[in-house]
Design a protein around this ligand. Structure first.
Ligand code: ADE
Ligand code: ZN
Length: 326
């Protein structure tokens, strides 16, 4: 049974959200029709039926494939606007949004089209949805370090719209150190740094992201729990981990939601946050993730409030910016 949603959702920040992962089947078909793109699914039902993932790669194959429908700046604007409306309805007051430039430039969609399209939705987000935003550009770790460097170079004209860089896609076999140079260049440009680590990859990748890439937050970081010394360090340095519980279930990083380490991570004193990752694919937006962990893991109201407080602390909002939360 679906958990009963909270009548008045907790104000929160979402810090781990791939905008391409908010592409709902209905919008995918509408964009496919508009852009003359043929999809290998008869209808939204058949597409939804394909959302049975065995691991990260099986998801990524579908996720990158469906992006074929995103062609124009207007497509990206619509995508982001739809996400912001849904997120706002679930209590999100601030969103730090990932995008995957290489997944679009590889298909012949220019970086400027993507950034300007997303930017148009983000520019009016506070006014329209009451959600402040940041944009974080992710490098695909299964592509080369040279490609990441070229992507950073291509992004130079748009850096006024980009707060930071991240690292995503297939983790195992693509350790953080592969991207040392591009993270150094990003830091020199004044960009904030985050990276996915410890989703399917080992705790050692979490250490490496901190030591070699100088990241301020770890996306997922689930497998940090296998390394007690690392946990102590993350607690001591208050390094935030952006957890995505429903994603972890769907991609089989955990067996069931009841097995999720979130309660032990809270008990250990880690600065954890709850996020949706790719909500169109994993069964819910961030409020749905909160509802699910509340119902299944039995989190107390205090623990839920702590998760929401952590999300603002871990955000890239400046201290003097209004946190619409309180
Ligand atoms: N890209 C989109 N979602 C992702 C995830 N959960 N892990 C790695 N790369 C991703
Ligand atoms: Zn992610």
């Amino acid at each position: 049974p679906q958990p009963r949603p909270q009548s008045r959702p907790l104000p929160k920040a979402e810090l781990h959200l791939h905008i391409e992962g908010t592409l709902e089947p209905e919008l995918a078909f509408a964009l496919a029709a508009r852009n003359g793109v043929e999809l290998p699914y008869r209808d939204t039902e058949e597409l939804r039926a394909a959302y049975r993932f065995s691991d990260l790669q099986s998801f990524l194959d579908l996720y990158y494939g469906l992006m074929a429908v995103l062609r124009t700046a207007e497509d990206f604007t619509e995508l982001a606007d739809a996400y912001l409306a849904r997120a706002a309805a679930q209590g999100v007051r601030h969103a730090e949004i990932f995008f995957d430039p290489q997944a679009h430039t590889a298909r012949g969609v220019p970086l400027g089209t993507v950034v300007e399209g997303l930017g148009a939705a983000l520019d009016r987000s506070e006014e329209r949805h009451g959600v402040s935003t940041r944009l974080i550009m992710c490098f695909l770790r299964d592509e080369s370090a040279e490609s990441a460097l070229a992507t950073l170079e291509a992004a130079r004209p748009y850096l006024d719209r980009i707060t930071g860089v991240g690292l995503d896609s297939a983790e195992v076999g693509h350790p953080p150190a592969k991207f040392r140079e591009v993270y150094e260049a990003a830091a020199a440009l004044g960009l904030r740094r985050v990276a996915h680590a410890g989703e399917e990859g080992p705790a050692a990748y979490v250490r490496e992201a901190l030591d070699v890439l100088g990241v301020e937050r770890i996306d997922h970081g689930l497998r940090s729990m296998e390394d007690p010394e690392l946990v102590s360090r993350l607690v001591r340095d208050r390094v935030p981990l952006t957890l995505c519980p429903l994603s972890n279930v769907r991609l089989r990083a955990v067996d069931t939601l009841a097995d999720h380490p979130l309660p032990s991570m809270l008990a250990a004193g880690l600065v954890v946050t709850v996020n949706s990752d790719d909500p169109a694919y994993f069964g819910g937006y961030v409020g749905d993730n909160f509802d699910a962990v509340r119902a299944t893991l039995g989190l107390s109201p205090d623990q839920l409030r702590l998760l929401a407080r952590n999300s603002f602390e871990a955000s890239f909002l400046d201290d003097d910016e209004p946190r619409r939360a309180r």
